[in-house]
Design a protein around this ligand. Structure first.
Ligand SMILES: NC(=O)C1=CN([C@@H]2O[C@H](COP(=O)(O)OP(=O)(O)OC[C@H]3O[C@@H](n4cnc5c(N)ncnc54)[C@H](OP(=O)(O)O)[C@@H]3O)[C@@H](O)[C@H]2O)C=CC1
Ligand SMILES: O=C(O)CCC(=O)C(=O)O
Length: 425
């Protein structure tokens, strides 16, 4: 008998499932429920770019704007072969919940280009980024929709976006537009600390969890999937708290050392190895498919969505998962983990340090200020501490899991804005 392959839930379906669960539980105002169930705008652009060899390639870029009830759309741009309208919708919707939960004056947007950046030269990537910015035109703007870095996009690319966008404005308007994008290099209007803000925030969330459970992070063993911006900085700060990194996975492979891997040595190795971790001499190779079953206390997924699934959730030995990535745990895995009493710190809280850092950068540019690193990290930690308290209180109020309570808390703020502005049941 031929059995059909079980269809995998798409990322947007995943978000909608989480949303419906929260909306039911909180008895969300029907009109608001309808509004939040759809995206406001979905922009798809096809644009030509000249390659180094003189040929022309046409690229497809996306920007989905989910909701702006609380302020301008905000969220990153991803350069990856998996970027499509479904992924952009899901990631934009998560941004709406994330910015609301963090108490920021923003809505949610996300986008990117479907491409594998490793196949292009740096000058091709510059032309692709500038052409994409030009194609988006006034669909982005410092008070309308503000992109930022995400997977495979860098501060350098954010600087190209700012430069291209600003060059489309009249001479006396140009410098007022630097906050069209965040995550820029410090010299080009970026914020001290935005580079590490997401990873730092992931560790703030882990510290909050440890405090709640009366655990000491010193000596705790953890593994990280993805050793890019989020994975590295999270590991760097975990090291400062005495936690031991025993396994790392990126797209090139998986490495393991029961005695510990030094993240600061690994990043130096990766920088000289095309940003890949495989072959790191102080660890051994490990089977990729067994990664999440490694013996450890904490898992930090910091790569792509739908990595912890109904297929591998049963094998997990860790007692907690801190979602550095967006959507790393699918719906099936979520209920398995809940039944197995494995804590999940949900993405819209866990990785919110990045957008909080972006908000500080936006304010810095808007007000013509320069903030110091210590000030940035202290303010970020305090904001995340406040959100964690809200998340716990709401979980108690509704007798629900942390993901659903984070959603309820986020949606409540948006519901209130709509009701106060005049959309009634
Ligand atoms: N940057 C930010 O500020 C924020 C990022 N996030 C989320 O965090 C996650 C990581 O983003 P970020 O660190 O910025 O991205 P980066 O591009 O800096 O790093 C991505 C990492 O993921 C790895 N990776 C990609 N595909 C796989 C795979 N199939 N299996 C294992 N590893 C893989 C990459 O490996 P390789 O290099 O080998 O391809 C790389 O190490 C994403 O989900 C993003 O949306 C969330 C909030 C803010
Ligand atoms: O910094 C930002 O604006 C958004 C970062 C992002 O894309 C995310 O939080 O997923």
């Amino acid at each position: 008998m031929i059995t059909k392959e079980k269809p995998r839930m798409g990322m947007y379906e995943n978000v909608k499932h989480q949303y419906e669960k929260a909306a039911d539980l909180m008895n969300l105002t029907p009109a608001v429920r309808k509004i939040l169930a759809i995206t406001n705008n979905e922009i798809v652009v096809h644009f030509p770019v000249k390659m180094d060899d003189g040929s022309v390639e046409v690229f497809t870029g996306y920007r989905v704007q989910h909701n702006n009830a609380l302020g301008p759309y905000k969220g990153g741009l991803r350069y990856h072969p998996t970027v499509d309208i479904d992924a952009a919708r899901a990631l934009a919707t998560w941004m709406t919940w994330k910015t609301s939960l963090a108490g920021l004056p923003y809505g949610g947007g996300k986008g990117g280009i479907q491409l594998d950046p490793s196949k292009y030269s740096i000058s091709e990537l510059e032309r692709i980024t500038r052409r994409f910015t030009y194609a988006l035109g006034d669909n982005i703007g410092p008070e309308h929709d503000i992109p930022a870095p995400d997977v495979n996009t860098t501060p350098q690319m954010m600087a190209w976006i700012a430069d291209t966008y600003m060059s489309t404005k009249s001479t006396n308007e140009r410098t007022k537009n630097a906050h069209v994008v965040t995550g820029k290099p410090v010299g080009a209007g970026g914020l001290e600390g935005r580079d590490r803000a997401t990873g730092f925030g992931v560790v703030v969330s882990i510290k909050e969890w440890a405090k709640l459970k009366s655990y000491d992070l010193r000596g705790m063993r953890y593994i990280v999937q993805g050793f890019g911006n989020v994975g590295f900085w999270a590991s760097h700060f975990m090291k400062q708290h005495g936690a031991i990194l025993v396994g790392v996975q990126d797209a090139s492979g998986t490495i393991y050392n029961a005695d510990g891997i030094d993240p600061d040595q690994l990043i130096v190795y990766a920088q000289g190895n095309n940003h890949h971790i495989s072959g790191f001499p102080q660890a051994s190779e490990y089977p990729t498919s067994d990664f999440f079953a490694l013996d450890c206390d904490i898992i930090i997924p910091a790569a792509m969505g739908n990595q912890i699934t109904g297929e591998n959730a049963e094998t997990i030995k860790a007692m907690m998962i801190a979602e550095g990535a967006n959507g790393p745990v699918d719906v099936e895995a979520d209920s398995i983990l809940f039944e197995r009493n494995i804590d999940v710190i949900p993405d819209i809280y866990c990785n919110s340090g990045g957008v909080i850092g972006s908000y500080f950068e936006w304010l810095q540019n808007r007000n013509g200020e320069l903030w110091q690193m210590d000030e940035v990290l202290t303010k970020l930690e305090s904001k995340m501490g406040q959100s964690f308290k809200k998340l716990l209180n709401t979980a108690n109020e509704f007798h629900t899991d942390w993901r659903t309570s984070a959603y309820i808390e986020a949606i409540r703020r948006i519901e209130q804005a709509y009701i106060q502005r005049g959309i009634f049941p």
